[in-house]
Design a binder for this molecule. Structure first.
Ligand SMILES: *Cc1c(COP(=O)(O)O)cnc(C)c1O
Length: 401
């Protein structure tokens, strides 16, 4: 694993428990009470004026956020080492709000081509209607990214690691390219999480998370977050207040509770991901495993240098090219459940062809490099031996047909 992570590690678990929280809370409660208010009252007119003039951090109207959300935002900013965080109702609402706030007709953005399908859909279908041009270049090809820059380019965007191919991006190079051309950079680090990767420390301007995944971690709530400078995120925060894509107080409480054990969960996700990737790499029915922690991974050295661990997502291809063979493995799994999503305590298994790309043409699937026999698993926090035993029997059952 990582010998010299660039991540300032000390205090991370302490921040997960205490970061962003007031020492003294209402009613002497050790935990934050759930505040269900849709609106917040002011003592008198002068209090309203003071609130506006001094930009006081307090409740106003529920669509702009709530106290439980503010605590979670401060905790996420602390974990990410950022000045400011904004919480959203989903990862995609964070993505959409950010791009809508940052871009205008005629602007261009450049994206590495391995990315979450809905992020690509939004750019190509919806942003295009507002006159924003999206250029996609091969993942990790910085020469192609630089060549695609024009005077209208406003944002460089990537994931790291990418979903589902788990390619790792050199964030130093990514941030340097943005700085050289004075273009802001954003990384969707959902698969890495702040436990494994700290993009802001590498000089990237903004980090996006589907908090639904590892940060919430229990497959029971949806949320998204953006972290960066307060000034850089101001327009996005204003737009979120107009749309109201915030999280309920109950959800924020669950999220705050879950974040306290986030470092412990990540430790197990990392260990399980590594153990299962190694098991799959040695299995005779498996043709290829995508996992940054394997020496066979093309960016293994970069991943070891810049990440603390490689998470619980493991993608692999069977030797049998028939899509039905991969479907049989998914169907034979007993502990792993067939479901989209990742990063929760329960292990999941899916065939990208079926779950995400079923309605696409074979040409599109080839373009997005989604072979029929690809399987993606999200290792939860169960015992690695049990997960390996389940995959072993599922692979054997599928072979028997
Ligand atoms: C799931 C996911 C998203 C979208 O997040 P939601 O919370 O489902 O809206 C965005 N990016 C990546 C990499 C994801 O895995």
């Amino acid at each position: 694993m990582a010998d010299q992570p660039k991540i300032p590690r000390s205090g991370f678990s302490t921040l997960a428990v205490h970061g962003g929280e007031a020492r003294e809370k209402a009613f002497f409660s050790l935990t934050d009470p759930i505040v269900c208010a849709a609106t917040y009252s002011f003592e008198n007119t002068q209090a309203v004026i003071d609130f506006i003039e001094q930009d006081q951090p307090r409740g106003e109207y529920g669509r702009y956020g709530n106290p439980n959300e503010m605590v979670v935002e401060q905790k996420l900013a602390a974990l990410e080492g950022g000045e400011s965080a904004i919480l959203f109702s989903t990862g995609m609402s964070a993505f959409v709000c950010f791009l809508m706030a940052k871009l205008a007709a005629g602007d261009e953005i450049i994206f590495f081509d391995e990315c979450y399908r809905r992020s690509r859909d939004f750019c190509q279908t919806d942003l295009a209607k507002f006159g924003v041009v999206t250029r996609q270049v091969p993942t990790g090809d910085f020469a192609a990214m630089e060549a695609a820059i024009t005077p209208r380019t406003k944002l460089l965007i990537s994931e790291s690691p990418t979903n589902p191919h788990l390619s790792v991006i050199d964030l130093d190079q990514f941030a340097a390219l943005g700085k050289k051309h004075q273009i802001e950079t954003m990384i969707d680090a959902t698969l890495a999480t702040p436990y494994n990767l700290q993009p802001l420390a590498a000089g990237v301007d903004y980090v996006l998370h589907s908090v639904t995944k590892y940060l919430a971690g229990h497959n029971d709530l949806l949320a998204g977050a953006l972290v960066g400078s307060a000034a850089g995120l101001a327009s996005t925060r204003t737009l979120r207040g107009i749309i109201g894509v915030i999280n309920s107080a109950h959800n924020c409480y669950l999220l705050q509770r879950g974040l306290k054990t986030f470092p412990l969960r990540m430790e197990r996700h990392n260990a399980n991901g590594q153990a299962i990737a190694e098991f799959l790499a040695s299995h005779p029915a498996v043709a290829k495993v995508y996992y940054p922690g394997l020496p066979s991974h093309p960016q293994h050295e970069l991943a070891c240098r810049t990440m603390r661990g490689f998470g619980g997502l493991v993608t692999f291809e069977l030797k049998n090219p028939d899509w039905k063979a991969a479907a049989a493995v998914c169907d034979a799994a007993k502990l792993f459940r067939i479901a989209p999503s990742l990063g929760g305590v329960e292990s999941l298994i899916e065939q990208p062809l079926v779950i995400s790309y079923f309605k696409m043409t074979p040409e599109q699937r080839r373009q997005y490099r989604i072979p029929d026999n690809m399987i993606r698993i999200s290792c939860g926090i169960e015992d690695a031996e049990d997960l390996i035993a389940d995959l072993r029997q599922a692979l054997a059952a599928a072979e028997m047909g």
